[in-house]
Design a protein around this ligand. Structure first.
Ligand SMILES: [Zn+2]
Length: 249
């Protein structure tokens, strides 16, 4: 059992997390809501008058966010420059509605992240494998989470794979194969949410098995390193994460 205090690297907590818990809770859309160390009036005063493009506004909000964090800790950003000590690696979906940092109330420095369509890992995908190699060999992260989510467009695409071509078709093919292998079970469910959820869970379990059986993981474990690979599903409709309890360790 890992206590919440030891969940993240203690040194990182000391330098990065100080004061964060005292921040008021964000109740607005993320793009409208910096960390709120500044008052709403102070934030309002920093927003330039007139019409702006979306990218101009994003850059303005970045300045507000930077100033906001510096207002409670002048060394907030300097503390990041000495290196990273994330407590968790998150392999999730690219979907804009499932940002790992936001939905786990974490801040920079805590989660090493890789996101792609339908949170997949393939033994021939150098991108996800390089992320895992760095996680295991350099960062020595002990807990890797494969997180799927409900209402996943990538999962829907895999159930209708012939409608796609190009890189997307190639990327979702292993999930399409998983669907075909479990089609009787999945098609017996209601179309929409139930089928998406069922295949999403099977896909997470598939990826947990792939990652847990990688040579780099086996080697690290043989050398005494702890590497746990967890399978989670984020429920978009409630904001809650479900642990599928398929941990490979
Ligand atoms: Zn998705």
């Amino acid at each position: 059992m890992v206590s919440i205090k030891s969940f993240f690297n203690i040194a990182a907590i000391a330098t990065v997390l100080s004061g964060v818990n005292a921040a008021p809770k964000c109740v607005k859309r993320v793009v409208d809501c910096p960390r709120h160390h500044l008052t709403p009036q102070e934030i309002e005063a920093m927003i330039p008058a007139g019409n702006h493009t979306l990218t101009e506004m994003v850059l303005e909000y970045n300045k507000i966010w930077s100033n906001d964090n510096l207002s409670f800790d002048p060394n907030y950003f300097k503390n990041f420059t000495g290196g990273q000590y994330p407590g968790l690696t998150w392999i999730g979906c690219s979907d804009s509605r499932v940002p790992s940092d936001t939905l786990t109330e974490t801040v920079p420095g805590q989660i090493f992240t890789h996101r792609n369509i339908a949170n997949s890992v393939s033994e021939d995908d150098i991108n996800s494998l390089a992320v895992l190699q760095y996680t295991i060999d350099e960062l020595k992260v002990q807990d890797i989470v494969i997180s799927g989510h409900t209402y996943c467009g990538g999962i829907n695409a895999a159930m209708n794979a012939t409608a796609f071509n190009g890189p997307i078709a190639k990327w979702i093919q292993p999930i399409a194969d998983l669907y075909e292998a479990n089609r009787a079970q999945i098609d017996a469910l209601s179309p929409g949410y139930e089928r998406n959820y069922a295949l999403g869970k099977l896909n997470v379990k598939r990826v947990v098995d792939i990652v847990g059986n990688l040579e780099m993981v086996k080697t690290a474990r043989e050398e005494g390193q702890i590497v746990r690979v967890h399978g989670w599903i984020y429920h978009m409709e409630t904001g809650l994460i479900e642990d599928l309890k398929v941990t490979n360790e």
